[in-house]
Design a protein. Sequence first.
Length: 693
Amino acid sequence: MPELPASDDTSRQRALRQDVLLVIDEATGLTIDTADSSVPFVELGFDSLSLTQMAIEIRQRYKVELTFRQLMENLRTLDSLIEFLVDSMSGEISAVVDANDGGLASGIAAQLPGKVAVASAQLVEQVIHQQMEMMAQQLALLTGVHSGVPGGMQSSALPPVPALQESADNQASDDLSEPDSKAAFGAIAKIRTDVGDGITEGQRLRLDAFMRRYIARTRRSKEFTQAQRSRLADPRVVSGFTPIRKEITYQIVIERSQGSRLWDLDGNEYVDALNGFGMSLFGWQPEFVVDAIQKQIAHGYEIGPQHPLAGEVAELLCEVTGFDRVGLCNTGSEAVMGAMRIARTVTGRKTIVIFTDSYHGIFDEVVVRAAKEGRALPAAPGIMPGSASNILVLDYGTRESLQVIKARGHELAAVLVEPVQSRRPDFQPRDFLRELREVTQDVSAVLIFDEVVTGFRCHPGGIQALFGISADLCTYGKVVGGGFPIGVIAGKREFMDALDGGAWQYGDDSMPTVGVTYFAGTFVRHPLALAAAKATLEHLKQRGPELQVALTRSATEMVDSLNAFCHQVGAPIQVVSFASMWRIRFAEEHALQDLLFAMMRMRGVHILDNFPCFLTTAHSASDIECIVEAFQESVTELQDGGFLPRRREATVAVLDTANPPVPGALIGKDPEGNPAWFVPNPDKTGKFLRLDG
């Protein structure tokens, strides 16, 4: 094929670029602005899952050899990817572009044959649609259109293009609680190959010295990981992988545990901050659970026949939660899946609303990303696009989301909400949840609370009791299992009857009258899990709400201490919490900031990178002091090594989020980026005023 003139090369690259942008958007739900074409994908919010999805779709569409690794290394930007595709497809792309205006819409006269099989009419339509959307976004920004957050509700919308910086009286009030748009979905294998580029020689020497100490302390955990890698496929073992930290990318392997403590294969002792991802509320092997399990083992743990503990656990669950009926299963994911199935069965509708940054388990329908107009796309390879076709993803805590639910209420089976999200424990939108309860009742949609994490941790009756909001269905797990796997669906009778047909009795002509759905599993109602759950529920009932109140007080005091230290030393870190759940949040991005977690493990605190942590009733004052000291010493080591800045002149103020200075006040950032209290501007709808002092 004769070499095309430069103008033709430019034209076909422009056409290919637009098509690739559409492929990326359709595959991942992530939009790349043309101004960001030279920015690495990982800095634009792509993670291991979305890059794998991208590689699969581009490989299939353009019939080229493209791997996830290439997108992590030599094809890290849109520009480099386009150049690779042009070289790989030389002679097989043909497009004529009007050179006068450079516009695709008027210049595409032929389709892209061969390996790029996109008809010109279809491409023109797609490009026009995309350009119209971009123009609308730019117009909205230039005209200062801004979503208001009245009534104590906070916006967490993630705009598809970078938002313009606004004045203090026009800022969204949840700047400090915004989710990390670049955070990976759930428990994925978070892999990056670019971290560490450009670090100084001094930083590298300090990093190498730390890694030598870490490996020497945890050598047997590393040896175990290497020995089992060929057989054990475990995403957690590779999570956090970067070439520069490769030698310490392994989990600590624990040999035994008791109370708040863990001991690894090397004999090192740790205070456990992770606590089973929130499963442990009483520490490891609490005596009342161990006694119940030992007794049940002696009696047997047969599967198949009904077990008397099932009725006892159901009665206790109804008493503690206030619901009419419960169904039992094995995991929180199963409970959420069952609740969604019940809602669709009862309402006869298909669509279910979920919210950005919520986590609802591992089954296909909820492993999604938000795309344009609330459309849901699979957030992981191997999940078919159709599995997300009946999911609507909205921003959590916004009035706009409530308006969408009202407008589309006739098609909604349910609204599924994690009332306090594990990714944002400090964001507690009570007013939004109360209004959501009213809206779902008005449109006859089922309100489902996912309290797998928060259930029994913040209050015996969960967030519903704490906030005074009654859901139709609620899912539980973790704490209630007392260390054993369990899931619970609890709810009002009119919904739960869909599992078994409703009430009937012996000795008369009654029969099940409610239409049923399917829900089952071999290990449902396992006797050992039931024995642990019964012991846990009886313990919670005996101790009452003071158990959670005391734990919350301890966690709040600890978090305040950690934040005060960060303020004192000028570290860009904030620790946030809800009840006894707490989480470390970085206010800025620094290449090796995640070393904080390895450094805390080095100092005897078991913690996983960027996961929420939990206090238990087994944690003593000395345990908490150990966590505080390990955190402080690790932050200091990061700053001394140049891995985190030390900014005493611009430190982040610590605000008491639980006690606003006036009713309705919300936290935002002032023009200097410091946190401050704001109230709605009475003269300007959707605007805010800063409270001085």
